[in-house]
Design a protein around this ligand. Structure first.
Ligand code: NAP
Length: 319
């Protein structure tokens, strides 16, 4: 099983990282990062939008100063929030994350969504909170992202929630192509076309919500969501290999050659998730899981769509 991926720039990305969204109880993220580091996690998926980068910074600082790990062993990702797409806002946004994370540089900085909102808006609540991509094109923000690499503030840059169409547009105009596209990916949303396009263009795919993102706030969930962990195919394969359902789901990504960032604040589940590296799925298992695809998104994007918003589900996902 692949333990690392090589990015197009030559840098190495550990294939399993720790997700940190929704670890928002006081000290929850600090404890989650400390236990994950002790277990051997070296890749941490962070974002200013998750509101917990200060705790992550403290955990890294303590682990490094206690000699548990060195900075250069770590792969730290952060993300540019939608309110800071204006080129003048990009470098200050990364600098705030660097300050919170107590780092001089990060390994990967992603544009969190192909959505622009006004700089004084946290999460949009009305149509006038948004800025259209005609007024603030993704390529303009991307140019400012490229400057961050030249300034040494991030080693690599990438995008998140980008469609093939949006990736093509960025690639056509850029001087540094995206090293990564981080997208929702699991057996209900297998994204074959997008994964193939990224492979053909040396863009590493990082899979988010690999376990179905079950701890999302109720405002972001639907009543009739299908469960990944309870699906009979996943349960049957888990029983056959004497592993957990989550390990089957995580291993499925590794078998597809993708990176994956399950979130857990629980040390036992963190350990199990990391041990997915040792799970061997057969070709038959992979074929059975392939049949589960139903193009279902847990993060459906409806939160960007409201009266007066320039964003629709069609133009967010280009499908
Ligand atoms: N770029 C983006 O727009 C975007 C969007 C969403 C997520 N992400 C990133 O992707 C990461 C992962 O996605 P996610 O957090 O939404 O969802 P997820 O990793 O699919 O699921 C997290 C949920 O699964 C539980 N869990 C973890 N390990 C488990 C196991 N072995 N068995 C059973 N349950 C388990 C967690 O509970 P416990 O914590 O209690 O273990 C939590 O409730 C995020 O944390 C974030 O870093 C990025």
């Amino acid at each position: 099983m692949t333990h690392t991926h090589q990015l197009s720039t030559g840098r190495t990305l550990p294939s399993i990282g720790l997700g940190t969204w929704k670890s928002d109880q006081p000290n929850e993220t600090y404890n989650a990062v400390r236990s994950a580091l002790k277990l051997g996690y070296r890749h941490f998926d962070c974002a200013s939008g998750y509101g917990n980068e200060k705790e992550i910074g403290l955990a890294i600082h303590h682990a490094v100063s206690e000699g548990e790990v060195t900075r250069d062993e770590l792969f730290i990702t952060s993300k540019l929030w939608n309110a800071f797409h204006h080129p003048d806002d990009v470098q200050p946004a990364l600098q705030r994350s660097l300050n919170d994370l107590q780092l001089d540089y990060i390994d990967l900085y992603l544009m969190h969504w192909p959505i622009a909102i006004k700089s004084d808006v946290g999460f949009p609540e009305k149509g006038s909170d948004f800025i259209s991509l005609d007024d603030l094109p993704l390529n303009v923000t991307w140019q400012a992202m490229e400057t961050l690499v030249k300034q040494g503030l991030t080693k690599d840059i990438g995008v998140s929630n980008f469609s093939v169409k949006k990736l093509r547009d960025v690639i056509a105009a850029c001087s540094i192509p995206p090293a990564v596209n981080q997208v929702e990916l699991h057996p209900y949303l297998q994204q074959g076309t997008l994964v193939d396009f990224c492979r053909d263009n040396s863009i590493c795919v990082i899979a988010y919500a690999p376990l179905g993102s079950g701890d999302r706030p109720s405002s972001l969930t639907k009543l009739d969501e299908p469960s990944l962990l309870d699906h009979p195919t996943i349960q049957r394969i888990a029983n056959k290999h004497h592993v957990t359902e989550a390990q089957v789901l995580i291993s499925w990504h590794l078998n597809r050659g993708l990176s994956v960032i399950p979130k857990s604040s629980n040390p036992d589940r963190q350990a199990l998730n990391l041990a997915s590296l040792k799970v061997q799925l057969s070709e038959e298992d992979m074929a059975d899981i392939a049949l589960m695809d139903k193009h279902y998104r847990y993060l459906h994007g409806e939160f960007w769509v409201m009266d007066g918003s320039p964003y629709t589900l069609e133009n967010v996902w280009d499908e």
